[in-house]
Write a protein that binds this ligand. Structure first.
Ligand code: NI
Length: 188
């Protein structure tokens, strides 16, 4: 089932998500719905707060970054993962800029600077524990989605000048004054 994606301005995007356990009601079905919702919106990642659930779950499918399989040097085609109760252990390496977007903030793309490497502990959908180090675009999408379950958005990193430029556009998004090709939930 495709779920409506919560738009910028909704308080759920600003809450830190709660951890879940195996017995969390309908968790597997919820994860399936998250994938369906993300694919329908052509996203490369989606976090539970973006579909109005304040829990520490996000999903990634980095195939959306790759046009040509022959040029998939980073192995993005294989990066499909469910992250449950993740904890970032450390981030290091040089900061680099990448033009980020977000399904909750349609038609806004801005350069965001983040560290190049992230070490993260998490459970997969079978509640098997993992600890992984990601770099480059894999790290980038993990850092962006992890921020969502911490109540952060990529626009938080912008300079006061860029925030001022975007103010009107963000206000319009929160009011639903935007045309978007997937189901969204706006603040009334
Ligand atoms: Ni996002």
């Amino acid at each position: 089932m495709i779920l409506p994606i919560v738009a910028y301005g909704n308080a759920v995007l600003r809450k830190r998500g709660q951890n879940v356990d195996k017995d969390y009601p309908k968790l597997q079905e919820f994860i399936d719905n998250m994938f369906e919702t993300m694919y329908n919106a052509s996203g490369v990642g989606l976090a539970a707060p973006q579909v109005n659930q304040s829990i520490r779950v996000f999903i990634v499918d980095a195939r959306g970054f790759v046009d040509d399989e022959d040029e998939d040097e980073e192995g993005l085609k294989d990066f499909v993962q469910v992250f449950i109760n993740p904890e970032i252990i450390e981030e290091d390496g040089e900061e680099w800029d990448f033009n980020e977007g977000c399904l909750s903030i349609p038609d806004v793309r801005e350069d965001v600077s983040r560290k190049e490497r992230v070490r993260i502990k998490f459970y997969d959908r079978d509640f098997k524990e993992h600890e992984e180090v990601y770099t480059g675009l894999k790290a980038r999408v993990v850092q962006h989605e992890y921020d969502h379950i911490e109540g952060k958005l990529f626009t938080d990193y912008l300079t006061p000048f860029r925030k001022r430029i975007l103010k009107g556009k963000l206000a319009n998004i929160s009011k639903g004054k935007i045309s978007v090709g997937y189901r969204m939930k706006f603040v009334k």
